[in-house]
Design a protein around this ligand. Structure first.
Ligand SMILES: NC(=O)c1ccc[n+]([C@@H]2O[C@H](COP(=O)([O-])OP(=O)(O)OC[C@H]3O[C@@H](n4cnc5c(N)ncnc54)[C@H](O)[C@@H]3O)[C@@H](O)[C@H]2O)c1
Ligand SMILES: [Zn+2]
Length: 353
């Protein structure tokens, strides 16, 4: 079991990466000595992997999917806790992917003005991103993540064994974020990922353990350097996301996974960088090849109208007067935030790819 110290305003919390997550969680519970433990779990993740955790406390199962990140599910869980007389010293364990972390975290942020919580992350996307960093929240019919709060967990468990039951598309979805970390921070990870998916997937648990650990360390380092997001360093984690979010929104958040949209976004943003002379020539092609190897999409391919994506880019808070801020890689392992990119150039990229 490896441990990464993840920074937060109150200090840091442990992120455990390894196959013995049950023991790490049990030890943390013992040290905290809560009045009671309540689990909020994704039904599918729980059916596969919940057995080891069942003895820790009572469990609320929610239906898998984004549809559970709602006010109504949130209030059902609050009432469920209140009926059980959960108190300020109770501990909540959010068990599942990014939805569990966002929903369970928001319950913990709001029940009795905040109780402690711990994330057991069961998807690759949650292990390398969503379960870390303290952002919690819900969707509204008007838009995604419109309700939320910062509430840091007291620990996060990332067990690579859990990833072996993920549907392949979910795994690839998480791999897009891994490619993002590799591109922005880690040339050797980029090379490893290039060296063949077959062999990588074949090495299973060991592969995911090492990949997750490196991504978590990169995210922790950025947050540690720029805890209040003053230097803009944290924005580096948004590589591929400006265009990716616009694609997700243009598609009404259906039919495409977040990581898939980010994959297309990374290619477009790198293409723009090459056109602006800021990116090493040939990087777009290398990135495209890597993403294709992981069977991730690298262009819109008629999924939606390019005009709709461009319109969404302007709604993005980063757009100022028709110019857009993008994270552009100069080369693998080094990226910069570039403001004032013209929307026409991004549109051209979307058409070219
Ligand atoms: N708070 C943040 O910083 C942050 C960052 C990125 C994403 N997010 C949020 O995360 C969510 C997406 O997360 P996600 O991709 O993990 O989706 P998810 O939580 O919906 O999980 C994806 C699917 O995998 C299933 N699943 C989970 N673990 C499994 C396992 N071990 N084996 C088999 N199936 C399993 C789930 O039942 C679900 O159907 C979005 O709501 C997004 O807004 C939050
Ligand atoms: Zn993302």
């Amino acid at each position: 079991m490896k441990k990464v110290a993840f920074p937060c305003p109150a200090g840091e919390y442990p992120v455990w990466v390894g196959a013995d997550s049950r023991a790490a969680v049990a030890k943390a519970v013992e040290e905290l000595a809560p009045s009671a433990v309540y689990l909020v779990a994704d039904r599918t993740a729980w059916e596969y992997h919940g057995t080891e955790f069942a003895g820790l406390g009572e469990t609320f199962l929610f239906e898998p999917g984004e549809g559970s990140k709602t006010i109504s599910v949130w209030s059902s869980i609050l009432e469920w806790l209140a009926e059980r007389r959960a108190d300020r010293k109770s501990l909540l364990i959010a068990f599942g992917g990014g939805v569990a972390a966002d929903l369970g975290g928001f319950v913990a942020a709001t029940y009795m003005r905040g109780i402690s919580h711990l994330n057991v992350a069961t998807t690759l996307l949650a292990q390398v991103d969503a379960a870390l960093g303290g952002k919690t929240g819900l969707d509204l019919p008007q838009g995604k993540n419109l309700v939320g709060a910062f509430h840091h967990p007291i620990g996060v468990a990332c067990d690579p064994r859990f990833l072996l039951t993920l549907p392949e598309r979910q795994l690839r979805n998480g791999m897009a974020e891994v490619v993002k970390y590799a591109c922005v921070f880690d040339p050797s990870l980029f090379e490893e990922l290039q060296s063949g998916e077959g062999s990588a997937l074949a090495s299973g648990v060991a592969f995911f353990e090492s990949v997750c650990l490196r991504c978590i360390e990169h995210k922790a380092a950025v947050v540690r350097e720029d805890p209040e997001d003053r230097l803009g360093k944290r924005a580096l984690l948004n590589f591929g996301h400006t265009v990716g979010h616009a694609i997700e929104a243009a598609l009404g958040y259906s039919g495409i996974y977040h990581g898939e949209a980010v994959a297309i976004g990374m290619v477009v943003e790198t293409w723009v960088g090459e056109r602006m002379g800021m990116t090493e020539s040939g990087l777009t092609e290398r990135l495209r090849e890597l993403l294709l190897e992981w069977r991730l999409p690298v262009g819109l391919d008629g999924r939606c109208r390019i005009e709709d994506v461009v319109e969404r880019l302007f709604l993005d808070k980063k757009a100022e007067g028709g110019r857009i801020a993008l994270v552009i890689p100069a080369r693998v392992g080094h990226a910069e935030i570039v403001s004032g990119v013209s929307a026409e150039l991004i549109e051209e990229g979307l058409r070219a790819l």
